[in-house]
Ligand binder design. Structure first.
Ligand code: TYM
Length: 345
């Protein structure tokens, strides 16, 4: 069977090293060493998912182009992979509606991300510092059916995502199986691939929470765009545990997270790093970690800056990507419509 890879990121502000290590870095590896039988890798900028929470329109437009620039700067090659913007392919919302009629409200309400985002909305501090309770939108609830549409439209076999998105891919599999059972083989059942074997990149200021772009404090995350000074400052400020040894331990989540980040960026095994820093203290390890991040991000940042000088070039790449994936999306949608009894005139 032909293999097709599909993944995406929301253009809702900065892209951080959690997105990079959890997703983009594995995309680049899959693109450059394609699994046997792979015939296409598709990387989407999921702007329709971003609007499930309020966005500033001007900023969203900027963030969408900026996400494309980060994809390419990190190593996604538009000659090898298709990059496009979700909202430029209407098949996504059309299939999402159809799939929402085959998904139970209970399944959607059980999603961890839905629960977390709803909770956050209800506890958000407004500009005045008072708690402003905002009701979650229907879009926030049906978010996973749009994600299922993204994946299933392209008969995707592999979805490289960070661990926090696995639950959504599992729901996608359930929806696809349910549909296939009712109407016969229609969708490929996708598999997820989490390279960092379930390890989330945790927040620098609180290792019990995942690193997140919607965090209240910028000391939660390391943005791909952070300057060398900022990177050093954020790593110095990152919380550490009560111990003193640079060791990966369950009850030492802060240093374990920093070791994990170092290992993912430098390519060294955690055990090798523990050895290297066995006689060093947290402060010395942090300086070395900051150096590693700074030198890894420098060429990516410089490529990003030069890509952002030519927004029309980026737009051309995104248009070409959207045209390239059109026929697969249209074919799947047309098959679905026929099967469920819609007149495909
Ligand atoms: P998003 O935009 O929240 O995150 C993009 C990718 O980054 C991963 N990620 C992390 N990995 C490790 N540690 C972290 N702290 C961390 N934070 C984020 C996410 O797992 C994800 O892979 N719903 C998706 C976007 C989406 C999608 C899709 C993905 C829409 N349609 C179809 C795959 C296929 C999301 O919100 O990702």
């Amino acid at each position: 069977m032909a293999k097709r890879i599909f993944s995406g990121i929301q253009p809702s502000g900065i892209i951080h090293i959690g997105n990079y290590l959890g997703a983009i870095k594995q995309w680049v590896e899959l693109q450059n060493n394609p699994p046997t039988g792979e015939d296409e890798a598709i990387f989407c900028i999921v702007d329709l998912h971003a609007i499930t929470v309020r966005q500033n329109p001007e900023q969203l437009r900027k963030n969408t182009l900026s996400a494309a620039a980060w994809y390419i700067a990190c190593g996604i090659n538009p000659q090898k992979s298709d990059i496009f913007i979700q909202s430029t392919r209407p098949e996504h919302t059309e299939l999402a509606w159809i799939l929402s009629c085959y998904t139970q409200i209970g399944e959607l309400a059980r999603m961890t991300q839905y629960k977390e985002k709803t909770q956050k909305l209800q506890n958000d501090l407004g500009d005045t510092g008072f708690i402003v309770k905002a009701a979650p939108s229907a879009g926030l609830l049906t978010y996973p059916t749009l994600m299922a549409a993204d994946i299933l439209l392209y008969q995707t076999t592999t979805v490289p995502v960070g661990e926090d998105q696995v639950q959504h891919v599992e729901l996608t599999r359930d929806i696809a199986k349910r549909f296939n059972n009712l109407y016969g083989q229609t969708f490929t059942i996708p598999d997820y691939s989490t390279k960092i074997s379930g390890k989330r990149i945790m927040a620098l200021d609180d290792p019990s929470k995942k690193m997140s772009k919607s965090a209240a404090s910028e000391y939660n995350y390391m943005a791909l765009s952070d300057s060398p000074e900022k990177i050093r400052q954020k790593i110095r400020k990152a919380v550490t545990d009560s111990g003193t040894q640079v060791k990966y331990e369950k009850d030492q989540p802060a240093i374990s997270n920093l070791l994990n980040i170092h290992s993912e960026i430098s390519g060294k095994e955690v055990a090798e790093l523990e050895d290297e820093f066995s006689s060093k203290n947290y402060g010395e390890f942090k300086e070395a970690l900051a150096d590693t991040i700074i030198s890894h991000l420098a060429p990516i940042q410089s490529k990003y800056n030069s890509l952002m000088q030519s927004p029309t070039e980026l737009e051309k790449i995104l248009k070409a990507g959207s045209e390239k994936v059109a026929s697969t999306a249209q074919k799947t949608l047309s098959d679905v419509k026929t099967k469920i009894g819609l007149l495909n005139l």
